[in-house]
Design a protein around this ligand. Structure first.
Ligand code: AMP
Length: 326
């Protein structure tokens, strides 16, 4: 196994979630895009620096859980207000959900402050948060050429479209849900959406398909021969990754954030500063596998208590399930 220690900086929301599924309900759960991404990234032998904001109501036990995974919380601002809170309800299919309530609270006037030790991280995750906050984080980075991966959501496509476009021009990789990709790119065709998203900036685009996995699009470097991953005549490469098959989904909240965190964690574990298409493919596979654990319990109740062996075992199974001899 690799012993690389490339640090990963993760910024995003830290939340108290209230979740309803067709069969169960959970209140006052640890949530937030950065929380899930942080736990997911913590299995790859890399120092993880979290940047976010919490309120005076944030339970110490959640901070202890970050600490138990070795996640540095010096970048977590403590405010006198209340922690950001999100209430969601899942539909029968567990793939779609409604946001029932959002209490922005301490996120309202937040400007992320990246500690010096974290600002130099070569790998950066901008988990789901306001695009202005994502830009504020980018402005504080000090590494020469950090690899920046970002997530977004339908809300920002609607209310902060210009700022989101600015983010896209400054990142290397975007992850986005399929419904958001269709909305953002005004097309129902996901391959066209992938092309249009790359045209907005990032060299890599990952469209997440929920229980059906993800599609990776990668700009094909100029003047390099096409590979078996290129469509005829296309200037990009494609990779289609399955999701790990689950028979029961307890709560998919945070699956997307876990996907992104594991993706970054795997890239850190390569010890490289520049990544090949194969590196990113591997990262997507780890993202799929780690996200599957998140879905098996509410909050981070499964995600925060894994072993690397469990993750690698699922990765091997995913490989077997999706490989065939020609
Ligand atoms: P996911 O299921 O991967 O989309 O992530 C869900 C997490 O995102 C939940 O834990 C929420 O607390 C968090 N979240 C929901 N809405 C927002 C928002 N507007 N800004 C930041 N984080 C959010």
């Amino acid at each position: 196994m690799s012993v690389a220690t490339t640090p990963v900086l993760i910024g995003g929301s830290i939340a108290i979630d209230h979740i309803k599924t067709p069969t169960a309900e959970g209140k006052n759960l640890l949530g937030g895009s950065a929380s899930f991404a942080g736990f997911a990234a913590s299995y790859f032998n890399a120092p993880i620096h979290l940047v976010g904001i919490i309120g005076k109501d944030f339970p110490q036990e959640h901070l202890d859980l970050f600490e138990s995974r070795g996640i540095a919380t010096a970048g977590l601002e403590r405010s006198e207000g209340d922690t950001f809170s999100w209430t969601g309800s899942y539909h029968e299919n567990m793939n779609t959900r409604d946001t029932l309530a959002v209490a922005v609270n301490v996120l309202e006037d937040w400007t992320p402050k990246v500690p010096a030790a974290a600002a130099s991280a070569p790998i950066v995750v901008l988990a789901n948060m306001h695009p202005v906050n994502q830009l504020q984080m980018i402005d504080q980075l000090t590494a020469e050429k950090p690899f920046i991966a970002a997530d977004t959501m339908d809300l920002w496509i609607t209310i902060a479209n210009d700022d989101l476009h600015k983010v896209l021009r400054r990142i290397d990789l975007l992850v986005i849900n399929e419904s958001e990709a269709r909305e953002f790119c005004e097309t129902s065709n996901l391959i066209v959406a992938g092309q249009r998203l790359m045209a907005k900036g990032p060299a890599y685009v990952v469209i997440k398909l929920g229980e059906f996995g993800a599609i990776l699009f990668a700009k094909h470097p100029e003047d390099t021969p096409h590979t078996q991953f290129s469509l005829p005549g296309a200037d990009y490469d494609l990779f289609r990754c399955a999701a790990f098959p689950l028979t029961e989904v307890a709560d998919p909240t945070g699956a997307g954030d876990s996907f992104l965190g594991a993706l970054a964690g795997h890239l850190a574990s390569t010890g490289k500063s520049e990544f090949s298409f194969d590196d990113i493919r591997g990262a997507i596979a780890y993202g799929s596998v780690v996200a599957s654990f998140t879905c098996e319990a509410f909050s981070a109740n499964r995600l925060a208590h894994l072993t690397r062996q469990e993750i690698d075992c699922r990765l091997d199974l995913l490989k077997s399930f999706t490989h065939w001899a020609t």
